[in-house]
Design a protein around this ligand. Structure first.
Ligand code: ADE
Length: 247
């Protein structure tokens, strides 16, 4: 999988992408992520990439041509077929399901907007999909692009030590994750739940499921309702849920 991030702040993206799990995944060749500076394609001696909005108003708008020329370079004049995603609060909200689908594609390009936005014509010309990471507004598309790159990369083979690791986690199924504990067994007067020290794997699994259902009911009842409506709750989850609702 290759991801090209078109941005005005490539160093900011590189800093994040060079660390931790993603940094190691890149070094090992599991994912090829490149940060491309749109300003290199400004095409004028002042390196201008933005201009005043037609019709007036505050803020600046990113000019179409630097973005288009950058895209042409990334796709080698259209020879590489890429799926281009523009990160914008106007996009469709990102879900784990969409992350999984995108992780099956080969060549992705992310466009990070800045200022008041991007000239609409270049969006019409090159963008395949618009994605928002949530109903709030950031100063630019870099953090959303990094969130998307991170969430996709961890789904790729070889990136996580244990490939099962992600299938059990929150938002993969319809439950939030159960609480985790590590040593010491007592900390600041708080003890690790006894069942986790019992060595009885059956009991541990049951306790974790109960915790996951209880947490989801308390924090994200909408997730449980959606799963119930879709007939996705297992018999065990149903039983736990009914018991919790009786209390
Ligand atoms: N750019 C600014 N805010 C954003 C958001 N919430 N999602 C995606 N891109 C953005």
């Amino acid at each position: 999988m290759r991801i090209d991030i078109m941005t005005l702040f490539p160093e900011m993206c590189e800093a994040f992408l060079s660390e931790s799990i993603i940094g190691r995944a890149r070094a090992a060749g599991h994912v090829d992520i490149r940060c491309v500076n749109i300003r290199d394609y400004a095409g004028n001696k002042h390196n201008r990439v933005d201009d005043y909005p037609y019709g007036g108003g505050t803020g600046m708008v990113m000019k179409p041509n630097p973005i288009y020329d950058c895209y042409q370079a990334v796709t080698e004049g259209g020879a590489r077929k890429c799926h281009l995603i523009y990160l914008t609060p106007q996009g469709k909200t990102l879900t784990q399901e969409r992350v999984r689908e995108l992780s099956e594609m080969d060549d992705l390009v992310f466009l990070c907007g800045h200022y008041e936005g991007v000239d609409e014509r270049v969006i019409e010309e090159i963008v395949d999909e618009e994605i928002s990471i949530g109903d709030y507004v950031l100063t630019g598309g870099e953090l959303p692009a990094l969130i998307l790159a991170d969430s996709i990369s961890r789904m790729l083979p070889g990136v996580l030590a244990n490939e099962d690791a992600f299938t059990e986690e929150s938002h993969y199924g319809h439950l939030l994750e159960y609480p985790q504990y590590t040593r010491p067994a007592e900390w600041q007067g708080r003890e690790v739940p006894e069942v986790l020290l019992s060595g009885d794997h059956g009991k541990v699994d049951r306790w974790r499921l109960e915790q996951a259902v209880a947490r989801t009911l308390e924090r994200r009842p909408d997730m449980l309702e959606a799963a119930d409506a879709a007939g996705e709750l297992t018999k065990e989850e149903r039983e736990i849920l009914d018991t919790l609702k009786d209390v």
